[in-house]
Ligand binder design. Structure first.
Ligand SMILES: NC(=O)c1ccc[n+]([C@@H]2O[C@H](COP(=O)([O-])OP(=O)(O)OC[C@H]3O[C@@H](n4cnc5c(N)ncnc54)[C@H](OP(=O)(O)O)[C@@H]3O)[C@@H](O)[C@H]2O)c1
Length: 290
């Protein structure tokens, strides 16, 4: 049995779906019992647990051959709360006795600081290693789905905001469906020893993403670069809680300064192009499309 936490989210959902496609026994961990029937209809077992409850989470993980774990970003959570949640997840992994864990991590997670939310993934990688579990840490670049966060501004104002000095710097962007496949494959064929897998994927500039989105929407979009000094105010203005805005600004700053680089044990290429993800995001949005 493979147990998946965060199964209602992007990557956990993609991992559970990839396992089910491969007819692997899959258990989706949920915190909302109302979501269980969706997964049951797709052939998954379910367990109810809150990540903030290590004993309940250990119970949900117990008896698994392997587990997928991730650390949710809590919009109103501070540094200490994220580290506490990470500690609890690692404790649950250790207590459950699960032999192999696949962690959703990030490029830059080898760095202890200066990377905003990525430093919580550094913390979780370390805590999991201390449990003695065989750990596959999958370090991803930005998800292609980050465009979801921009959609309200894009659709309402015809503006595509870029948190950077330039909209013309190519960078890898990874579709979360691809991460789900990599995670499922790692669960089905666990390595002999812990390893860090860096993802690579198709590269785009923000202007190229905006152009493709504009073509799909059938309307022009104005690409607006926001200089670093204005990042926090711009995020707060669009509803991001102040603390998280500060963390994200640190992350974007690390990206601008080029300190986020693949430094794992091996590289795994992901191929889904941004067009597929943009199409899926537009089909799924509840926002009115003008
Ligand atoms: N965005 C990027 O570009 C990027 C790049 C690299 C790495 N990452 C990392 O990826 C992670 C986010 O992954 P994602 O986008 O797949 O997540 P997501 O879509 O935001 O999903 C979060 C999941 O966590 C669950 N969850 C949240 N709090 C919980 C709790 N207290 N108990 C139980 N379940 C809880 C949610 O369940 P509910 O449905 O019940 O809320 C949901 O299933 C973060 O660690 C981030 O740093 C992100």
């Amino acid at each position: 049995m493979f147990t998946i936490i965060g199964s209602t989210g992007h990557v956990g959902g993609a991992t559970a779906a990839a396992l089910l496609e491969r007819r692997a026994p899959t258990r989706a961990v949920l915190r909302d019992p109302a979501r269980a029937s969706d997964w049951a209809a797709r052939g998954a077992a379910t367990a109810i647990a809150d990540l903030a409850d290590p004993a309940g989470l250990a119970e949900a993980l117990r008896g698994s051959t392997g587990a997928f774990v991730m650390l949710p970003t809590m919009p109103s959570g501070d540094d200490a709360q994220h580290r506490r949640l990470a500690d609890g997840i690692a404790r649950a992994v250790g207590d459950s006795g699960v032999p192999h864990v696949v962690l959703l991590s990030s490029i830059g997670a080898e760095l202890p600081d200066g990377t905003g939310p990525i430093r919580w993934l550094h913390h979780l990688e370390e805590r999991l290693q201390e449990t003695g579990v065989v750990l596959t840490a999958i370090r991803s670049w930005h998800f292609q789905e980050k465009v979801e966060d921009l959609l309200p501004t894009v659709l309402a104002d015809g503006v595509y905001p870029v948190f950077g000095e330039s909209a013309d710097v190519p960078m890898p962007m990874i579709a979360t469906v691809d991460i789900g496949v990599v995670a499922a494959e790692a669960l089905l064929a666990p390595p002999g020893a812990s390893e860090v897998v860096d993802l690579d994927g198709p590269s785009y500039t923000e202007r190229e993403v905006a152009d493709r989105l504009a073509a799909m929407l059938g309307r022009p979009l104005q690409v607006v670069t926001i200089p670093e000094i204005g990042w926090i105010d711009a995020m707060i203005g669009s509803g991001v809680p102040e603390h998280l805005a500060g963390e994200l600004a640190a992350l974007y700053g690390a990206g601008e300064r080029g300190i986020l680089q693949p430094r794992g044990d091996r590289l795994r290429r992901c191929e889904t192009p941004i067009e597929s993800t943009l199409r899926r995001v537009l089909e799924a949005t509840a926002l009115p499309i003008p």
